[in-house]
Every structure is written in structure tokens, then in C-alpha cells.
Design a binder for this molecule. Structure first.
Ligand SMILES: Cc1ncc(C[n+]2csc(CCOP(=O)(O)OP(=O)(O)O)c2C)c(N)n1
Length: 640
């Protein structure tokens, strides 16, 4: 076989003959695994096979070191063609072919129905179509920011070209001149419902060309042609190049070719027998079935999620005479981190909101790390995910509604891919200025509650924001920090000193008591915390000692603080968030799961609100100091 790296412009005769023969045998393996599993996607796997063989055999990879830092990155965007991917990876030496064939789609096996990062050689888990090119853009950007000169290849299908995220990614690749990024599209003209021209006509080549990509068109089953096109794309240092590979779904088996039904079904035993004869392959079903009774020998590749140990600069202290908004405190802390740790590759992704989300100063001092994605949030979220698994400290900053609600599934896939995105959300809650209900992100805790890896931080004032932002790089995994828009009072302790300054160090999951008191407890967070403290001070004048517990991690409540809270006659949760999915829900879960009997009252957002000044909106919802104090008095008056 030729050397890896696509240095040779053409495939030599011996390598071509060898790949052709392997393709024949592997088509049989694809059919065996999908027939045995009685599911899966044989059609697209067979049309993409030569593409996969060329990429996995000739990209700069080392099967013995799947996480080798300088390896080329290959993202497969049409993750349902996993049988083709597994066969090509096995053929290139990443694991045993028999194992993949026998344990495909079996409970507990790494060989899932759609490609996952736990499989050696797979860089990004996909299956939700249209996200792979964004991941590729992230890998290519990472190669720039880390100074590693690896290439990135993305394999895609034609059906997924419908999706807008693909166009967002194409444009970002050109805007950043990612000439070390190449795409190969499996253009088989078929998808689930029939011909792509009927389902949704897309001129794939024209789309790439219109956005500034180089475009090459080849016969996708001719290994020499595919190789030569990819080698020529690699050699083009002026722009990213897409190779449009014309293929046939179900290629190699006459009754499967061109037929949409074989997009997503395994063969019957009779069809399997006929197909194997046509391919000239030995039927392998019995042996694979036997092997399936044993355990899968390919261990899941451990995905490393690590925090950054870096110099985060010195905390800034905000005082009562130097009020600020949390988002400005976030922007300043971000800038400090970039200045204090010049050696750390940092990316900040923006979707045309830098001035509002306060990332402008970072853009000025680290222009190479500032990634302007335009109004392309789906792409930005996935690019962030891929950057974050590539040794780049990655922040994505956006309004809450765009960074969470707009891109829920991209963030979910980031979670599944064990990414480490640091998501800085501003304009959360009703505190969005006068923009109204479309812009009020009152559900972000609920969104992340439904995922398993995301952590959420809701800082209560600029000091806590400052310290939390400086701590975020050290926290492994995906972490969101959620802030409102307005200036907030600096929280003071009962002696009048800033609560989150001095010796205070942010610790994820720890709650802090702003006021002590046993007559009742207000559990609060974020924008409303200041009003809750004021309310406690108001009722103190009437002889009520109410504790105020400031929660900064609403999805991971502080057990010690909660135990203290529930020993009071009542607990009131005050939050600028929908109560039924926010902090109140967390408290209710915590209390109910322990069988504790305590009155749990709620003051939160109960519906989409109108436009208006944030202070007025919060007051209308009862989330100002008077509203909170009123409810506190009512709770105390009606307590047993
Ligand atoms: C975002 C998203 N929408 C819908 C689907 C369901 N789906 C799975 S495959 C597929 C058709 C895709 O066409 P293509 O990738 O060209 O399929 P093939 O060539 O393998 O037949 C669809 C709609 C999905 N996986 N992801």
C-alpha cells in the first residue's frame, strides 16, 4: 500500500487492486452485520465504502494510537452508515472486523447503530444529520489554534445537504480560509423517502461552489478517482475543497442498487444468500451469530475530558459604588484569562452579538481566537464542541435563547460527545431589556436538566460571576454560566462587605448564605438574589429572621445547605426562571427524594412575559424585594 498522507497524487496499481478486492469482501461484511442485527443501514454504507477505504487508509492516522495528537481528523457526518465506517476502520487496523460484524448494534457493544467516539478511529458521534461538517470546521480551526498541522476530512451524504447548518459550516470554513479541510460527499441520489431530487432538490456542487469552495466531481466507486481527487484537494492550499463522489446506493448487489428501501433495512435470509453469491463472498452469518453470543472484545475508547490548569489572572472586586452587570464581569474575566495565559489556545465563538455578550475586548486582544459565526448558531454550537475536544479552551457566548433553546440538539450532541464547551449565556430570564418574550430565556435549567453531563452556574452578582468564570476552565466537561442583562447590586454580607470577594473562592455546587435565620429560608439565585436579600432585610425590621441561601449550581444542590434550609418551617424559592423546570424543581426533587416534609413555596416565572423594563417585569412577577417580602410574611403568618 502507498504511504499515508496523500503525498502521491495517484494511487499505484497494486494499492488500487488491493482496495478493490477489500471493498468486495467488506460489502459482504456490511451485509452480514446488518442481516444479523436485522437492522442498520446497508445501502449508504455500500455507496460510501470506497470513500471510507480511501480516507481511513491514506489519511495520516496511526491505528495503534487512535488519539495520537497530530493525527488527521475524519468526521463522518452521516453516522447511520456506521457499518461502512466500522468495516473500513477494521480494514485499516483499528480493531478486528469479526468483532464489529458480530456485535453490531448489540446491547453494551461499542459498535452502535450510529458512529460514536468510543469506537477507535471515530472522531465525532453523529446520527443527527447535518452536524458533521461543523465538527470538521471545529477540528480544522483547532489545528490552527493549537499549532498542530493536521488535516480534517469530512464524509457526508447528499440527503443531509438539505440542512441549513451545512451551509452555515461551509461559509465559516471559507471565512476562515480552512484550506486544510476537505469534504467528500456520497452523492447516491437516494434517501429514506426516495430520490433526493423528489424529496428536496439540492444542487450540492453549486452550493459548495457558491460559498467559495473548490469542487471536484468523481465516480465514487473508482478508488483511483476518489484517491486522486482527495489528493488534489489536499494539495490545494488556496481554499477548502469538496469532492462530490457520484455513487450508487447498495452498490455491488444488483437488487439493492438504486433502491431506497435498502437505505435502512437489513436483508432477509434469502436476500442475504443471493447477495453473497453475487459478491462472491462466503456467507458469514452462522459464525457471526455464534460469536455474538460472546462478549465484544473491542473496548470502548476512553474519551478524555479534562479541565485546563491555567493562570486565570487576579479576581476583580466590584463594590457597591462600582456596580456592574454580570455579562460585563464575564467579559472582563475572560479578557484577564487570555492575558494571564497567553500560551493557552482559546477560542471564543460569537454569533453577531459580541457587543451585547461582552466578548469584544477578547476579540481585540486575541483576534485569531475570536470566531465570528454570523447568525449561524447551530453551526457555532457544534464547532464549539469539536474545538473543545481538541485541546482548545472553548467559550461560546450568546443570548440564552440562541445558545440553548435554538440549538438544543447540538448541545445535546456535545454532551454525548463528551465535549468541554464553556457556554456563556447572557440575557437569561426576564432580564433581557425590552425585547419581549421571544428573547426571554426562562427554561435553560430545564433544558440542561434533561441532559446528563452539562453543569449550570447562575452567578448572583458581578463578583461571583468574576470568580466563577475564572474557575470554569478548570471544570472538565460542558459548563454553562447564565446571566441576565442588567446591572445588579453587589451582594453584601450581614457586615456590609461584598459576599463574593475577599477570601471567597468559587466552588461548583457550593451554596452560600447571604443572611442567617431560622424563621424561614429563601433559596435564590442569579438576578433575583439581591432582591431576596433586600426582602430578608425588610422583614428583619418586623422581627422575622429569614435565611437567604444563594445557590449558584441549580442542578447540583449543596446537600449541607439544603439540610439546613429544610429544617426551617418553610422554604421559598425565588428565581428568574420558569419555576417548574428551574431551581424550584431541583429543590422539590431534592426534598421529595428524601421524604422530607417541608412547605416549599415558589416565586418564579409562570408564563411568557411582555416587553418592558426588566425591573418592572420582575416586580410584576413578584420577584422584587417588596414582592418577595410580601410572600415571606404570608408564609410566616400561615406557618404551623
Ligand atoms: C437531523 C436528522 N433528521 C432526520 C434524520 C432521519 N434520517 C436518517 S437517514 C435520513 C436520510 C438521509 O439521506 P442520506 O444520508 O442521503 O441517506 P442514504 O444515502 O444513506 O440513503 C434521514 C432523514 C436524521 N438522522 N437526522
Amino acid at each position: 500500500m502507498l504511504e499515508r498522507g496523500f503525498a502521491s497524487p495517484v494511487l499505484d496499481d497494486a494499492s488500487a487492486a488491493e482496495l478493490e478486492e477489500r471493498a468486495r469482501v467488506l460489502r459482504g461484511a456490511i451485509l452480514t452485520m446488518t442481516t444479523l442485527a436485522a437492522s442498520g443501514h446497508p445501502g449508504g454504507s455500500m455507496s460510501s465504502l470506497e470513500i471510507y477505504l480511501v480516507l481511513y487508509h491514506f489519511a495520516n492516522l496511526d491505528p495503534a494510537r487512535p488519539h495520537w495528537e497530530d493525527r488527521d481528523r475524519i468526521a463522518v457526518s452521516h453516522g447511520h452508515t456506521s457499518p461502512g465506517v466500522y468495516c473500513a476502520l477494521a480494514d485499516a487496523g483499528f480493531f478486528g472486523l469479526e468483532d464489529a460484524v458480530a456485535h453490531f448494534r448489540q446491547v453494551g457493544s461499542v459498535f452502535e447503530g450510529h458512529v460514536e467516539r468510543s469506537v477507535p478511529g471515530v472522531e465525532w458521534g453523529t446520527g443527527n444529520l447535518g452536524q458533521g461538517l461543523s465538527a470538521g470546521v471545529g477540528f480544522a480551526l483547532a489545528s490552527r489554534l493549537t499549532g498542530r498541522s493536521h488535516r480534517t476530512f469530512v464524509a457526508m451524504s447528499d440527503g443531509e445537504q438539505h440542512k441549513g447548518q451545512v451551509a452555515e459550516a461551509r461559509r465559516l470554513a471559507v471565512r476562515h480560509r480552512l484550506h486544510d479541510l476537505n469534504v467528500v460527499v456520497d452523492l447516491n441520489g437516494i434517501q429514506i423517502s426516495g430520490a433526493t431530487t423528489d424529496v428536496m432538490p439540492v444542487d450540492v456542487a453549486a452550493g459548495f461552489a457558491a460559498d467559495g469552495w473548490g469542487v471536484l466531481e468523481v465516480d465514487g466507486h473508482d478508488v483511483r478517482a476518489v484517491y486522486a481527487a482527495v489528493a488534489s484537494a489536499v494539495a490545494d492550499t488556496s481554499r477548502p475543497v469538496a469532492v462530490i463522489a457520484h455513487t450508487v446506493i447498495g452498490k455491488g448487489v444488483s437488487f439493492m442498487e438504486g433502491r431506497a428501501e435498502f437505505h435502512g433495512r437489513g436483508l432477509t435470509l434469502e436476500e442475504y444468500g443471493r447477495a453473497m453469491v453475487e459478491l462472491g463472498c462466503e456467507p458469514g452469518l452462522d459464525g457471526a451469530r455464534e460469536r455474538r453470543r460472546g462478549v465484544c472484545m473491542t473496548p470502548a475508547l476512553h474519551v478524555r475530558r479534562r479541565g485546563f490548569e491555567l493562570d486565570a489572572g487576579s479576581p476583580r472586586t466590584y463594590t457597591r459604588d462600582r456596580h456592574s452587570d454580570n455579562r460585563s464581569a464575564w467579559g472582563s474575566a475572560l479578557t484577564d484569562i487570555a492575558v494571564a495565559s497567553p500560551e493557552v489556545p482559546i477560542a471564543v465563538l460569537d454569533c453577531d452579538l459580541a457587543a451585547s455578550v461582552k466578548t469584544g475586548e477578547f476579540a481585540r486582544i486575541r483576534p485569531a481566537g475570536f470566531v465570528q459565526c454570523g447568525v449561524g448558531e447551530h453551526n457555532a454550537a457544534t464547532v464549539a464542541g469539536a474545538l473543545s475536544v481538541s485541546d482548545v479552551l472553548t467559550f461560546f457566548s450568546d443570548f440564552g435563547v440562541f445558545g440553548v433553546d435554538e440549538v438544543y440538539n447540538q448541545q445535546r450532541l456535545n454532551d454525548i460527545n463528551e465535549a468541554s464547551v464553556k457556554l456563556a449565556l447572557t440575557h437569561c430570564g426576564l432580564d433581557v431589556g425590552e425585547d419581549g418574550k421571544t428573547h426571554q430565556c426562562i427554561d435553560y435549567i430545564g433544558a440542561f436538566r434533561s441532559m446528563f453531563g452539562w453543569r449550570v452556574i447562575v452567578p448572583a452578582d458581578p463578583n461571583q460571576t468574576d470568580r466563577a468564570v475564572r474557575a470554569m476552565p478548570g471544570i472538565p466537561g460542558c459548563v454553562a454560566i447564565a446571566m441576565g442583562r442588567s446591572k445588579l447590586p453587589v451582594l453584601l454580607d450581614s457586615t456590609g462587605e461584598p459576599l463574593f470577594a475577599g477570601d471567597y473562592a468559587f466552588e461548583y455546587g457550593r451554596a452560600d448564605w447571604a443572611r442567617e435565620g431560622d424563621d424561614g429560608v429563601i433559596l435564590t439565585m442569579g438576578t433575583v438574589a439581591g432582591a431576596a436579600v433586600e426582602a430578608a432585610d425588610l422583614v428583619a425590621g418586623h422581627g422575622l429572621a429569614v435565611g437567604v441561601c444563594v445557590v449558584s449550581a441549580p442542578l447540583d444542590l449543596d446537600g449541607i445547605a439544603m439540610e439546613r434550609a429544610v429544617s426551617a418551617p418553610w422554604v421559598l424559592v425565588a428565581e428568574d426562571h420558569a419555576s417548574r423546570t428551574g431551581l424550584w424543581a431541583s429543590a422539590a426533587e431534592w426534598i421529595a427524594s428524601r421524604g422530607i416534609g417541608v412547605r416549599l413555596a415558589s416565586l418564579g416565572v409562570t408564563g411568557y412575559e411582555s416587553s418592558g423594563d426588566a425591573a418592572e417585569l420582575l416586580a410584576r412577577a413578584g420577584l422584587d424585594s417588596d414582592g418577595i417580602a410580601k410572600l415571606v410574611r404570608l408564609l410566616s403568618d400561615t406557618a404551623d
